[in-house]
Design a binder for this molecule. Structure first.
Ligand code: NDP
Ligand code: HSE
Length: 430
C-alpha cells in the first residue's frame, strides 16, 4: 500500500482526491500497488469533509503526517513560498517522497529543494508546476534526454492567452477583456502575476533549468507582460502576417550561453504556436536529433493539473516497488552564462507617431543608421493633422542598438510618441 499525505485541498488538491478515487482500480493496476490517501492537512476542514474525507484523516499539523511511518509520499498543494518550502524540506528530511505543483517555489528555491532531495535519496516530482496537465518536465528529462536542446518556446499562461485571443477576435481593449475575464472567473481578482508575465517567467525558469542543465532562477529571466498591447498592434500584426502571443522563451546559443525571456511577440501565422488559442498552453521544443516537437493542452484547472500530480504519484509508486527512487534527480550539472536582454538579436516592430512633413523619414532612418539598426520595411498608416503613424520592421538587430535609437527619438521634436515596440519571434525572425 502506498500512502499519501496531502497538503492543501483547494482546486488542485480536491482534483487529486477525486481522481485517486475515480480511477482507483486503473491506477492500482498501472502502479502495481494500491494508492491511498491517508492524511490531509488543510486550513478549511469542511472543504475536506465535503469531499468525503473522514475526520480521522484530517491532520492537525504537519507532524501528524511526518510522524506517520506509513506515509510514503507527501503531495504539496497549498502553494506560495511559506510555509510550503518549510513543509517540503521537512517532508524530505523525514524521508518522504514529494510531489508538488508549486512553480513559484521551484523557480526561487529550486537548488535547496533538489539538494535536499538528493541528500535524502528521495523522489521530488513536479510535472504539474509547468503547463498544468501538459507533460513537459519529464519528457524533457527522459524522452528527449538524448538531444542537445536548442530552444524551448512556450505559451505558458492561460489567462494572458485568453485575453490576447479575445482582443484579437473582437478588437477589444486589454482592460475591457481583463474585466470580463475576471467576471467569468477566468482571471484572478489580482491578475498581476499573469498579465505582467511573472507566472510564465517562473515556468520558463523551470524549463530552462532542465533543458540546458543549468539552474535558471526567476532573476535570470527578462520579463515583460501584455498590458501595453493594443487592438491597433494586433490589427497591424495580422495585416503583416503575424499574431501577438505572450511567449516564454529559453534558448542556448552556439557558445553555450542561455537567454530566458518572457514578452509579447509577433509570431508568424504559420508557426505551430500561433494556432494555440483561448486558455490553452503549448510548449514548442527544438532538439538537435528530434527536430521540432510541440506539447499542447490545458495548462491549468482542477482535473488537468490533478492528472499531472497523480501521474507523478504513480511514478513514485512504481519506483517504490523496485526500490529505484531518486533515479532522476536534479539535472542542473552545469553553470552557464546568461545573456541579458540588451544582447538579444531580433527583428522588431515599432509603431510611432511622427510629424508628417518632408525630411522626417530621412531623420528617423539616419538615427537608426547611426545606431546600426537596419530597417526592413516602413509603412505610413494614418495621417492626422500634421502627424503620421509609422510602422517599422527592422532587420535582425541588437536590442541595445534599438534601445539607443529609441532614446534619441524621445528627444526629437519630429517624434510625437513611440507607441509600441514588440519583438518578432519564429523562423522568419531568425
Ligand atoms: P488553492 O488556493 O485553490 O488551494 C490551496 C489550499 O491549501 C486551500 O484550500 C488553502 O486554504 C490551503 N492552504 C493554504 N495554506 C495552508 C496551510 N498553511 N496549511 C493548510 N492548508 C493550507 O490553490 P490551487 O489548488 O489552485 O493551487 C495549488 C498549487 O498548484 C499552487 O502551487 C499552484 O501554483 C499550483 N497550480 C495550480 C493550478 C490551477 O489550475 N489551480 C495549475 C498549475 C499549478 P485557504 O483557501 O483557506 O487558504
Ligand atoms: N494562472 C495560470 C494561468 C495558471 O493563467 O495559466 C496557473 O499556473
Amino acid at each position: 500500500m502506498i500512502n499519501i499525505g496531502l497538503l492543501g485541498c483547494g482546486t488542485v488538491g480536491s482534483g487529486v482526491v477525486e481522481l485517486l478515487q475515480k480511477n482507483k482500480e486503473t491506477i492500482a493496476q498501472r502502479t502495481g500497488d494500491t494508492i491511498a490517501l491517508k492524511k490531509v492537512l488543510e486550513k478549511d476542514k469542511d472543504r475536506c469533509r465535503a469531499l468525503g474525507i473522514s475526520d480521522d484523516m484530517l491532520a492537525d499539523d504537519l507532524n501528524d503526517i511526518l510522524n506517520d511511518a506509513d506515509i510514503n509520499i507527501v503531495v504539496e498543494l497549498i502553494g506560495g513560498i511559506e510555509p510550503a518550502f518549510t513543509y517540503i524540506m521537512k517532508a524530505m528530511q523525514a524521508g518522504k517522497h514529494v510531489v508538488t505543483a508549486n512553480k513559484d517555489l521551484i523557480a526561487v528555491k529550486g537548488k535547496e529543494l533538489f539538494d535536499t532531495a538528493e541528500e535524502n535519496r528521495i523522489d521530488f516530482y513536479f510535472e504539474a508546476s509547468v503547463a498544468g496537465g501538459i507533460p513537459i518536465v519529464y519528457p524533457l528529462k527522459q524522452s528527449l534526454a538524448a538531444n542537445r536542446i536548442q530552444e524551448v518556446i512556450g505559451i505558458l499562461n492561460g489567462t494572458t492567452n485568453y485575453i490576447l485571443t479575445k482582443m484579437s477576435r473582437e478588437g477589444q481593449e486589454f482592460s475591457q477583456v481583463l474585466a470580463e475575464a475576471q467576471q467569468l472567473g477566468y482571471a484572478e481578482s489580482d491578475p498581476t502575476a499573469d498579465v505582467e508575465g511573472l507566472d510564465a517567467a517562473r515556468k520558463i525558469a523551470i524549463l530552462s533549468s532542465i533543458a540546458f542543465n543549468s539552474r535558471t532562477t526567476l532573476d535570470d529571466v527578462y520579463v515583460e507582460g501584455i498590458t501595453s498591447i493594443t487592438p491597433t498592434d494586433i490589427k497591424y500584426a495580422r495585416e503583416l502576417g503575424y499574431v501577438i502571443k505572450l511567449l516564454a522563451i529559453a534558448k542556448e546559443d552556439e557558445e553555450g550561453r542561455v537567454q530566458a525571456r518572457v514578452h509579447p511577440a509577433f509570431l508568424p501565422l504559420g508557426h505551430p504556436l500561433a494556432a494555440v488559442n483561448d486558455v490553452f498552453n503549448a510548449v514548442f521544443v527544438r532538439g538537435d536529433a528530434v527536430g521540432e516537437v510541440m506539447h499542447f493542452g490545458r495548462g491549468a484547472g482542477k482535473m488537468p493539473t490533478a492528472s499531472a500530480v497523480v501521474g507523478d504519484i504513480i511514478e513514485i509508486g512504481r519506483n517504490l516497488q523496485y526500490q529505484s527512487n531518486a533515479r532522476i534527480g536534479c539535472t542542473c550539472y552545469e553553470t552557464k552564462t546568461f545573456l541579458g536582454i540588451q544582447e538579444l538579436q531580433a527583428k522588431y516592430y515599432i509603431r510611432m507617431m511622427v510629424k508628417d512633413r518632408p525630411g522626417v523619414l530621412a531623420g528617423i532612418a539616419s538615427v537608426f543608421g547611426n545606431n546600426n539598426v537596419s530597417i526592413a520595411s516602413v509603412l505610413q498608416k494614418t495621417s492626422e493633422a500634421d502627424m503620421a503613424e509609422l510602422i517599422l520592421i527592422t532587420h535582425k538587430v541588437r536590442e541595445q542598438d534599438l534601445q539607443d535609437s529609441l532614446t534619441v527619438f524621445k528627444g526629437m521634436n519630429i517624434v510625437g510618441a513611440i507607441n509600441n515596440v514588440i519583438r518578432l519571434e519564429g523562423s522568419d525572425a531568425e
